[in-house]
Design a protein around this ligand. Sequence first.
Ligand SMILES: [Zn+2]
Length: 485
Amino acid sequence: MRTSYYSRFTLIISILMLTRSCNNRQTIEGVLIENVTAIDAKNGMQEQTTILIKANKITKIGSTEDFKDIEVSNTIDGTGKFLIPGLWDTHIHMVYDQDLTPAMFDLFLLYGITSVRDTGGEIDLLTPLKQEADNDTKNTPRLKIAGPLLDGVPTVYNGKGRLPKLGVSVPTISAAREQVLTLQKEGVDILKVYEMLPPEIFTSILKLADSLELPVTGHVPLSMDATEAANLGMRSMEHLRNLEFAFVKNWDSLKISRRTMLENQEQLSGMKLRSNIHDAQRSFAFANENAERKKEVLAALRQNQTWQVPTLTIITVAAERFFDTPEWKETFNLVPDTVGNGWASRLEKYAATPVSPKFREYADWMFKMIAELKAADVKLMAGTDTPIFFLTPGYSLHEELALLVKGGLTPMEALDAATLQPAKYFNMENELGSIEPGMLADLILLEANPLENIRNTTTIQAVIRDGKVHDKIALDQLKKKLENL
Ligand SMILES: [Zn+2]
């Protein structure tokens, strides 16, 4: 009887042990970032937050306590760290320098740029890149493309001499129509209009784009006024280009004289003609801004929700020369040698010349405009124009954020311009731009608080792209790979 009592006893113990193991923490495939400070432009700062990522989405957010019953295959201790949405560079050129093109996706990823908007290049070169990005979402940034700049005659970026062929000329309404329909078939996400377009062709492109639901970005054509372009439905304007002409009291007579210059072009190249017109009017416009008129123009930009992409990096680079620092030059090791060596030697020559007062004036105006656009509640997006003018892909976006803060944005507003605003621009705010359940897991883990100092966006510990964690070790390997190119 004793034996039977004993065996019954062991049976009970085994059952108890079995139940215990069933109650044990359940293990699931995913990523758990524990106890991190999450920062986004929609929800602000959420301290001591734990975030669960399954496949490529954020599925649950809560406190550490909320996750105590599950074990996640990849758990990251976020204590003392900061999590922000993946960054966008909304003004890049993938095919501006084809020696650099093969390194660009990796450079963006290395610096936490999980989405980019290409604002001009040959469509035949861009579509294979877009395909590559679409097929390898965990290791490349999301790539949105415009295809070539739709320009008038003469075309600015015509591919002659040292100029890359970023533009195509659409001399008639029917040519413009044909070009737009071709680009739509090729799968562009947006269209980009350029400075030499006459008003009637500009208008026809905007109408057709609207019916095709393609947003139009670009430069305000020299033949037009910024308010006209905004009222016709341009979704965004790059570099605040040609806005200054709209701010003077006699803006209409300035416009007439620009048109006269465009008509009497006398065989000038597009680049030369454009710079002649800028030289003739820009400084005058800066010196003759009219407060009332400016208010009207900014109100038109706000009412039409016309995003501005100031690209402070490219516009202020010649005056600010932020590239002339050891940190910046170090990034030249990450671009292919043929490109990096060229940059280093050109930079040296460039840095030896004094800053032109014309560049200083332009940069000062740009910085002043950031505060004014903010005050007028005009939408902003962060973009650089990389890789033009020694602007290292990826790295330069962090400079853009710092320059936006220098211009008067708070660090949170600068982050907004590089995360939530681009998501809204592409109608993706339900998928990107904030840290919430249901959102795509494009995130950056930082060592230091970007709200205390915007430069802390470079303290990258991990980049999460489409749910895949690229941790410090992986990022260092990526860096080594780039150094060896
Ligand atoms: Zn550009």
